[in-house]
Design a protein around this ligand. Structure first.
Ligand SMILES: Nc1ncnc2c1ncn2[C@@H]1O[C@H](COP(=O)(O)OP(=O)(O)OP(=O)(O)O)[C@@H](O)[C@H]1O
Ligand SMILES: [Mg+2]
Length: 287
């Protein structure tokens, strides 16, 4: 009997359906957003890369924190998951100084209230990974907040638990990635509570959309690093002189192909699995 799924909404990348009271279907599209604007051009298979990688990590990190994965569908882009009450705070872990962290450091000598040694270069490895929470602002852009504000939003004990879990996930994943030639510069987790009030890892995890992955072979602090994420598309959009408001520009075929290749390469390096093998049998990523 076919399941009835009620469409709950569309994120920038995912379609959300309710299967029943307890279960959601999260379908990752091939949409790509830059500067929080969804572009009119899709990146073929991007949703499968994100879903396959998330499932790969969910299957390997259950000893650190329970996660929402119930089933990976054979289309390779859909996850059946437990419905959570998501925390109103995104949990970002940074091991390196980049992006908004670098900007914050230049302006204040600290990142989201974490004081850091003077004289660090852009993309430098931090003395130890730090957690920098963010909220979704009304504008749609994430806004960095400090730990005190995060504690107020979710409660001090819950925030301490979220920080602990996020740091442990980062330690596990960055070690795995580094052994495969990838630096996990930073990553964002979304956590929620299940019906028993247990903290559970939700959304996507440790993908090129939620993380900065850098090729370890060319890593050199002192400037921005090439990455396996949408930086390539972002750079193209910046060269056009687009004002970063909706609508975004069409992306030409060579930039689409270059972006797809980077997503697929990150998938293959991290999972050790040929992407074609994933397409033929998505469950391979869980083994
Ligand atoms: N297990 C879960 N239970 C409830 N909501 C979830 C769960 N996992 C993920 N979500 C939510 O589903 C949405 C995923 O869609 P997507 O990643 O496209 O959104 P987004 O563009 O990142 O964010 P936005 O919600 O601002 O559009 C997010 O809002 C995320 O918080
Ligand atoms: Mg998202």
């Amino acid at each position: 009997m076919p399941e009835t799924a009620v469409h709950l909404g569309s994120g920038k990348v995912r379609e959300l359906y309710a299967l029943d009271e307890e279960r959601l279907l999260l379908v990752a599209s091939d949409r790509i957003s830059t500067f929080d604007v969804v572009l009119p051009t899709e990146i073929p298979d991007k949703g499968r890369v994100l879903t396959g990688l998330s499932a790969f990590w969910f299957a390997r990190t259950g000893h650190i924190v329970p996660n929402h994965l119930l089933e990976l569908r054979d289309d390779g882009r859909s996850l059946v998951c437990r419905r959570l009450e998501m925390l109103p705070v995104e949990v970002v872990v940074r091991g390196y100084l980049s992006g908004s962290g670098w900007k914050d450091y230049l302006a204040t000598g600290a990142v989201c209230g974490h004081p850091l040694p003077a004289g660090l270069a852009e993309s430098a490895r931090l003395p130890a990974p730090i957690v920098t929470p963010a909220t979704k602002a009304a504008s749609g852009h994430d806004e960095n907040i400090d730990a005190a504000t995060a504690s107020e939003l979710v409660g001090a004990d819950r925030w301490a638990e979220a920080e602990r879990v996020a740091l442990a996930l980062y330690a596990f994943a960055s070690a795995h990635a580094e052994a495969r030639g990838i630096v996990l510069a930073d990553t964002k987790f979304e956590l929620g509570l299940d019906q028993e009030g247990t903290l559970v890892l939700g959304d996507e995890a440790l993908t090129p959309d939620s993380s900065r992955f850098w090729p370890a072979a060319t890593y050199a602090p002192g400037g921005a690093q090439p990455s396996y994420d949408k930086q390539y598309v972002r750079d193209y959009c910046e060269r056009l002189g687009w004002d970063k408001t909706d609508p975004g520009p069409e992306v030409p075929a060579d930039v689409v192909a270059g972006t797809r290749a980077r997503y697929v390469e990150a998938f293959e390096l991290l999972t050790g699995l040929a992407f074609d093998d994933y397409l033929a049998d998505p469950q391979a990523v869980l083994r």
